[in-house]
Design a protein around this ligand. Structure first.
Ligand SMILES: Cc1cc2nc3c(=O)[nH]c(=O)nc-3n(C[C@H](O)[C@H](O)[C@H](O)COP(=O)(O)OP(=O)(O)OC[C@H]3O[C@@H](n4cnc5c(N)ncnc54)[C@H](O)[C@@H]3O)c2cc1C
Length: 464
């Protein structure tokens, strides 16, 4: 590999985890030089508050230790405003697609070691498990559930909060019988747990706080020369007259149109918005809701893929096609199974997400994402029905929504146009696969080809 490279003007579209990781790895590539390479990252949103209810905590960094909190860079509010700031953050060697997963899992580990990721973005090894549970009724939903489980509130009586907690004290015998580990002590094993299966161990599973990771990638890239512009929504990628190469990028900022010229290389990392710039790349979008709950004390490091049976009388989950419905408050007439995912985090919180929906079309930017509070409440009720730490004793810090990019991942040149690269459509493993994607894109742009892993099915050529 040559140690010098021709001058390049590289524009990255999108300040999610893929765009920011790409910016980071471009600046760490052996041929990168801030004097010959101008790198600009354009992010459409200028704040990250969109997609969260007004009463939600807006800066998760404040929950972690004070040194982490100080990492917040106000100038870059808008970075990680979409799925990259509202995902679970699970990393796994057993994720997909397998051609890039091992590279990216390894890079996550290296990044954490190099930059203190344990403190800075909550990196740690963890367990992943599948649990079958039966929910208890939440407060205010009847004295008895349809299948005979006692209503915890009716059963409580005055000052019984402690007693109830004792009543639900995790029974290590029951855990063992089910094959569940002793330290999964924040799940109600006595009444709720029906089955446990291990999916991942700390050898092959880890986690990050995705918003803090993404912001850190942005900051670390900026320190090496990347210019970050937020509130800049790209409206067109302009090509040469013969259509064979990229020439410039047009964007809107503060109501004005501007052109970023020249642009020799344009990397489209616009997540679920990618198709609006590259209609030929089949990335689709689905909305997903999630909540962040502060637990009375940090809970042990598990990611739980649940199947929770809701008894009759439980608040009815919002129907798939309903918009902002009050149906969540109506008691269920017959049992229903739901599958929220729960991720314990080292900052004293747990994150939980629900199913996707297509009720509200993808808006213009992350700042305009509509949150359906009823869908967030569904998740709160459901996870609270199997854990007092998440329910009765927990405090909901954030109710939020974002759009999951689907269809890919697509990583590579977009047919026939020199300098036009896509990195998008990462499905439910975009946090896991971001460093690998960033590294591969840096190689494609600065060396002409991906070297660290085979693009395989990620190569857009397979669909274009
Ligand atoms: C509920 C949920 C849980 C998840 N959990 C996990 C998990 O545990 N582990 C995991 O690996 N993955 C997880 N994911 C998936 C992961 O969040 C995504 O794959 C990843 O965040 C996608 O990153 P991105 O940068 O491509 O997209 P985004 O985060 O959507 O970022 C795209 C950015 O591009 C900007 N943009 C769009 N259009 C333009 C434009 N025209 N001009 C300028 N900027 C533009 C947007 O404003 C946005 O900031 C989860 C996703 C969801 C929804």
């Amino acid at each position: 590999m040559s140690t010098t490279a021709p001058p390049k003007d590289i524009t990255i579209v999108g300040g999610g985890i893929i765009g920011c990781s790409t910016a980071y790895y471009l600046t760490r590539h052996p041929v990168y030089s801030p004097t010959t390479h101008r790198i600009t990252l354009l992010e459409a949103s200028s704040n990250s508050a969109g997609g969260r209810t007004a009463d939600s905590i807006q800066d998760p960094a404040t929950l972690a230790d004070p040194t982490t909190a100080s990492k917040k860079n106000l100038a870059h509010d808008g970075i990680a405003g979409g799925a990259s700031g509202k995902a679970g953050g699970l990393l796994a060697l057993w994720a997909f697609p397998q051609n890039i997963v091992p590279l990216s899992f390894k890079l996550h580990d290296e990044l954490a070691k190099e930059h203190g990721g344990d403190k800075r973005w909550g990196y740690r090894r963890c367990w992943a498990s599948q649990v079958d549970c039966k929910a208890r009724l939440p407060p205010g939903f009847g004295g008895k559930s349809g299948d005979g489980a006692a209503d915890p509130v009716s059963a409580m009586g005055d000052g019984a909060s402690k007693g109830l907690h004792k009543d639900h004290k995790k029974d290590s015998k029951a855990l063992k019988r089910l094959g569940a580990p002793d330290d999964l002590d924040w799940l109600d094993t006595k009444e709720s747990l029906g089955g446990y299966e291990n999916m991942g161990t700390p050898d092959n599973t880890a986690q990050v706080h995705p918003e803090l990771f993404t912001r850190s990638m942005a900051q670390l890239a900026e320190e090496k020369g990347v210019k970050i512009v937020t509130g800049a929504r790209v409206t067109a990628i302009n090509k040469s007259a013969d259509g064979k190469s990229v020439e410039s990028v047009t964007y809107e900022k503060d109501g004005q149109e501007a052109t970023h010229q020249p642009t020799t290389d344009c990397i489209v990392a616009a997540g679920p918005w990618t198709r609006r710039l590259l209609p030929e790349v089949p990335v689709t979008a689905a909305r997903a809701h999630s909540v962040v709950i502060q637990t009375p004390k940090p809970v042990s490091a598990y990611a739980l893929f649940t199947a929770i049976a809701l008894p009759t009388g439980f608040p009815t989950p919002t129907p798939q096609k309903a918009r902002g419905t009050a149906a969540a408050q109506t008691p269920l007439k017959k049992q229903q199974v739901v599958e929220p995912e729960i991720y314990a985090r080292p900052d004293g919180t747990a994150y939980a997400c629900g199913p996707t929906d297509n009720v509200v079309e993808l808006p213009a930017t992350t700042a305009d994402v509509e949150v359906d509070v009823a869908r967030c409440d569904d998740i709160v009720y459901q996870v609270g029905g199997i854990s007092d730490e998440l329910g009765r004793d927990g405090k909901v810090l954030a109710r939020q929504a974002c759009y999951l990019p689907q269809g890919g991942p697509f990583i590579g040149e977009v047919g026939g146009t020199r300098g036009l690269v896509v990195a998008a459509g990462h499905t439910c493993w975009g946090i896991q696969n971001a460093p690998g994607t960033g590294k591969l894109v840096s190689e494609i742009v600065l060396e002409g080809m991906a070297r660290s892993a085979k693009l395989g099915g990620c190569d857009p050529a397979r669909v274009l």
